[in-house]
Design a binder for this molecule. Structure first.
Ligand SMILES: O=C(O)CCC(=O)C(=O)O
Ligand SMILES: [Fe+2]
Length: 233
């Protein structure tokens, strides 16, 4: 991880994540957005548990193809010290996040109106519910977790995150059982429209940096697009 992030920007840019792609290097200074910029660099890899797409040496293969023979290390997030922002407040748009932070710490969750620090523990993972868990599995019963990562002015911070997502074309919708109020036997209101992970991914990759209002913004965006498509047809 240190080997990669210690390289010069032009060198890291050889592994730059292309717009709409899942793998590669991205940072505040090369990004797809011009506002609400977090101070972080990320290196991402996609993994699909599917026989046809599985690669045993996915990370190694990626580095070999992008950076050449003598490079086989990998890493994920790298937050730089001395600069104000790490990762701003947001809920992950994905389903579940399994996160490991190094001993510098900095991860905070928003609970009961306050930010709480999550102390780093080398032997533990933090598991967060994301928006795509909240909608289909609970129709809002389980809230996605609002969190942020702060940086300090002494030490570089690193974290490693695994984001679990549905298949791209899978329709994200709550099961019928959650749409009925068992006491009154009436339908509970749908809080969000059905969507595919492909469309939420596109929204958060190309149009909107995930924050605490991603789902509301996404619902509006979907409605606008659907009504425009209907009008166009
Ligand atoms: O670095 C961290 O601890 C959190 C990163 C994060 O929230 C994210 O990448 O979604
Ligand atoms: Fe996050």
């Amino acid at each position: 991880m240190d080997l990669f992030f210690g390289m010069s920007l032009p060198e890291k840019m050889r592994a730059q994540r292309k717009n709409g792609d899942h793998c590669g290097y991205a940072s505040s200074f090369t990004g797809r957005f011009s506002s609400k910029l977090p101070w972080k660099e990320t290196l991402s890899f996609g993994y699909c548990d599917d026989r046809d797409h599985r690669s045993l040496n996915m990370v190694e293969d990626y580095f070999l193809s992008k950076l050449g023979e003598d490079f086989t290390q990998f890493g994920y997030e790298n937050h730089k010290p001395n600069l104000i922002l790490g990762t701003g407040p947001h809920c992950d748009p994905t389903s579940l996040t399994i996160l490991h932070q190094d001993d510098v710490g900095g991860l905070q969750v928003f609970v009961d109106g306050k930010w709480h620090s999550i102390p780093p523990c080398s032997e533990a993972f933090v598991v967060n519910i994301g928006d795509t868990f909240m909608v289909p599995l609970s129709n809002d019963m389980y809230k996605s977790c609002l969190h942020r990562a702060v940086v300090n002015n002494e030490t570089r911070r690193k974290s490693l995150a695994f984001f679990l997502c549905p298949k791209l074309g899978k329709v994200v919708t709550p099961p019928n059982g959650l749409l009925v109020n068992n006491t009154t036997n009436t339908a509970t209101p749908r809080l969000y429209p059905d969507f595919t992970w492909r469309s939420l991914l596109e929204f958060t990759q190309k149009h909107y940096r995930a924050d605490m209002e991603t789902l509301d913004a996404f619902s509006n965006w979907l409605q606008y697009h659907c009504s425009n498509n209907t009008t166009a047809n």
